[in-house]
Design a protein around this ligand. Sequence first.
Ligand code: 6R9
Length: 614
Amino acid sequence: MKHHSIVWHKNVKKRHSIVWHKNVKKRHSIVCVHVFSLWAHSVNCLDRHVHTCPERVALIWERDEPGSEVKVTYRELLEMTCRLGNLLRHRGVKRGDCVTIYMSPCPLAVASMLACARIGAAHNVVFAGFSAEALAERIRDARSSTVITVNQGVRGGKVTELKRTVDTAVQSCPTVQQVFVAMRTENPVVMTAKDVAMEEEMLKEDVVCEPAAMDSEDVLFLLYTSGSTGKPKGLVHTQAGYLLYAALTHRYVFSYHDGDVFGCVADIGWITGHSYSVYGPLANGGTTVLFESTPIYPDPGRYWEMVQRLKINQFYGAPTAIRLLLKYGDQWVHKYDRSTLKTLGSVGEPINTEAWEWYHSVVGDGRCPVVDTWWQTETGGICIAPRPSDPDAEIVPGMAMRPFFGIKPVLMDTEGKVVTSNNTSGALCIAQPWPGMARTIHNNHQRFTETYCQPHPGYFFTGDGAYRSKEGYYQITGRLDDVINVSGHRIGTAEIEDVVNQCSAVAESAVIGYSHNIKGQGVYAFVVLKKSVEVEEADVSRQLTVMVSKNIAKYACPDCIQFVQRLPKTRSGKIMRRVLRKVVECELNGLGDLSTLDDPTTVQEIIQGHRDLL
Ligand code: 6R9
């Protein structure tokens, strides 16, 4: 065990208590004066609580190996954050810079986010499952000069070479001047001239770091997400509104109370991890779980064994995992004591009734309200969800129910008019701004207005469709654009097509999402090969899988590839994805109007090819 490892291993507390010198509390209480007037972000999440309850556990790092969790108090997290803030400052990171963080969930990842916030730099967390190319694209767009990573990641018993991925990525990122490398495992990695041994250097820094005074509208972070066209977009969230909204929704949607242990199992690389593993719970002085593993490691009882061991009060996860665990059977749940659970949350994609009922009756023993929370990277926090703390709250299975405070949802019909009646569906828009909404797309405000503001002038367009019941409750029906949702991960079909089309044997392609009983949606690719090349379809399939995984991430790989002679197109050359979707869902009676197709026989060929694949 390395002497400098700051939080990776147990028994850390003792070793480091020496570095927490006597005067610190006092000095931090001065810092606290800043809290309410200047919105210094990490102060609201840390110093405030260190002042009142320094020994409260802020983070429980649920490491991959069950039973090896590490607890970090508010005092320790502040210390870690300050050291890192100082290190970043001394190494030239300034207010307004953007630091890219490529780490799996761990205390140093949270400290990295908060250290950026403390010195006024924006953070850009990139999901550690993304490939080197996807990471590089995000580093370049964010123009980061500093990247923070770990030597290796550990998940589901497997080790991933995160530092090596960063090495490859930074080769095509001329802006990157330094890479901070923390040691998650004890395996050494090759260090280059740009690399900084993070923990070693942190130990040389002071434990007090003056927080930057920030304006409420200054940038807090960028987070890249997929859109229906083009490259991923770096949504920009700001200081005050975002934190307020994350904190309020965390408290009211989940009925969070002081002393509760909040278990959000999302990765910190997604907005759910930002708002409900980090900012919301920490702003409320809560104890939050950072989950490093998978729902089925080492067995399908992992979540519930963890709930029992950590005494989790609120559990927040994705329908895809619930559907998967449901299939393994109730015995994995019954094995463990879940009596601490008070609220169960669901996020990321629609939750089907079967999964909802199982979550409610088996996991929650029929006594915990299930909150199906609808929101997006763009919205910063939960916008539509039941609020069980409300005594009149009815919860209908599979429905996101009612808007949160300050959210005014509206439905638009196909002509762009607001639908006022109930028991109807439409495009989901939001009628007025709310504190947590993204303010822009990094370096591309025009794309922001085009995507969200112009489709329905005067309203924020979410890209989702929704149904409003006769009682006025909302149910989200899915995306209206070419964004699909694979295991709760958002991906644009255009992004996958871009990669598929780079294959030298491919003439063109069309990618769609289809219903998948575990993942929610699977990826289905229609591929037209170039006439001039002689290749085996199976070889191309293998090649495409490798390419997508290398250029984007494993979750974006096609589940099914169908080779076709032609794609159905309109006379103006647009691919009719609607037709492809119907073929794949076997809804041949619902193909709709085919009169605009340039050659209707194409559809018959595709139907036949699909049958052959089944
Ligand atoms: C928080 C998050 C956003 C998209 C969103 C929608 C889908 C999220 C949902 C849901 C139905 C829910 N989505 N929550 N669909 N019911 N409770 O997931 O953000 O990754 O940006 O995805 O996910 O389609 O537009 P993000």
